[in-house]
Design a protein around this ligand. Structure first.
Ligand SMILES: Cc1cc2nc3c(=O)[nH]c(=O)nc-3n(C[C@H](O)[C@H](O)[C@H](O)COP(=O)(O)OP(=O)(O)OC[C@H]3O[C@@H](n4cnc5c(N)ncnc54)[C@H](O)[C@@H]3O)c2cc1C
Length: 310
């Protein structure tokens, strides 16, 4: 069986960028795009922070351009999910439903999936009223009313950020204390005192309301059992992300679910297994932005080029 130089798994900003760089390095990469071709950004109706794209394309259009760009370099692409990756000596098998691809190196760029609550009304408003990314979508809600759901660092950071943009910011948390860093709680309580953030503690969202647009979120107090509808235009769910690594089993080391990279290696994108590299949100619990993922995809391809040359 033909042994390839590199198989790239995932077709978000990280995977496509890795494909582009690997192709230009004459590595003839195979890109296994996954069933969600284009990745998470395809859910965004308008991307305002991709440098140079100041006509603010939709995420779908932007990712379609990534696809066309790799096609220009004849990157071989298959649209299917990888079910497992196994290692035999220095060769890896990337297993999909249509067959197995043997390769000397692998770049994992499978991203992460935002966790959603799964409550009534949510399906109708994801991407048009409900977002999992305040940095990405907060700007669309300037001078509007928003609510953030969650009680960790991300939720509190999102609430602090949105309070500077929105006309009214609510923070809904199921407990009576926050799990975030002390400095964030201090900043939060200051803004609460100033009336810039309204807290709803011991409360859980039970339903999203609205017709064409989201108009509110119904919350229920877990201690008193009383319900209330908050009238808001946007809701930011900050209840975590799940990195897409299940198909890897325990092949590579993880840290809180994210792939560990750059430890004990001169390659920044190297995982715990020589020959396997990782890029983008699957290895990034912190930044989770398209431009960072694309940058990491570039780095992974450059690391692979050097790894194969040694
Ligand atoms: C609603 C929304 C709006 C956003 N807006 C912005 C924004 O305006 N600006 C910004 O910078 N960022 C934005 N982001 C964040 C940005 O989309 C991510 O940071 C970025 O997409 C991460 O890129 P990635 O390549 O690491 O992974 P992803 O984009 O998540 O792509 C992962 C890829 O891996 C594939 N995959 C997964 N599992 C498998 C498998 N088993 N086998 C094969 N393939 C697999 C998927 O099909 C997908 O193609 C937004 C995110 C969301 C959800």
């Amino acid at each position: 069986m033909n042994i390839r130089n590199v198989v790239i798994i995932g077709s978000g900003p990280a995977g496509y960028t890795a494909g582009l760089y690997a192709a230009r390095a004459n590595l003839s990469p195979l890109l296994v795009a996954g069933l969600n071709q284009g990745g998470q950004l395809t859910q965004s109706s308008c991307v305002e922070n991709w440098p140079g794209a100041f006509d603010f394309p939709s995420g779908l259009d932007l990712m379609d351009n990534f696809k066309k760009h790799v096609e220009k370099f004849n990157v071989e692409t298959v649209v299917e999910n990888v079910s497992s990756v196994t290692k035999d000596g220095d060769v890896f098998s990337v297993n999909c439903s249509s067959g197995t691809y043997k390769t000397r190196s692998v770049i994992i760029a499978t991203g992460s999936s935002a966790r959603y609550l799964g409550i009534r009304g949510e399906d109708r408003f994801i991407g048009s009223g409900i977002s999992a990314c305040a940095t990405c979508d907060g700007f669309f809600y300037r001078r509007k009313k928003v609510a953030v759901i969650g009680g960790g660092n991300t939720a509190v950071t999102d609430a602090l950020y949105l309070s500077g943009l929105a006309a009214e910011t609510h923070l809904i948390h199921r407990r009576d204390a926050f799990r975030c860093e002390k400095i964030l709680t201090d900043k939060l309580m200051k803004l609460v005192e100033e009336g810039k953030i309204i807290l709803h503690l011991d409360s859980i969202p039970v339903e999203f309301t609205g017709d064409e647009y989201l108009t509110g979120v119904k919350i229920s107090n877990v201690k008193t059992g009383s319900d209330e509808i908050l009238s808001v235009n946007g809701v930011f769910e900050a209840i975590g992300h799940v990195p897409n690594t299940t198909f890897l089993g325990d092949l590579v080391e993880l840290d809180h679910g994210y792939i560990k990279t750059g430890e004990n290696s001169s390659y920044v994108t190297a995982t715990s297994v020589p020959g396997i590299f990782a890029a983008g949100d699957v290895a990034d619990s912190r930044y989770q932005q398209a431009i960072v993922a694309a940058g990491r995809g570039c780095m992974a391809a450059l690391d692979v080029e050097r790894y194969l040359a040694v």
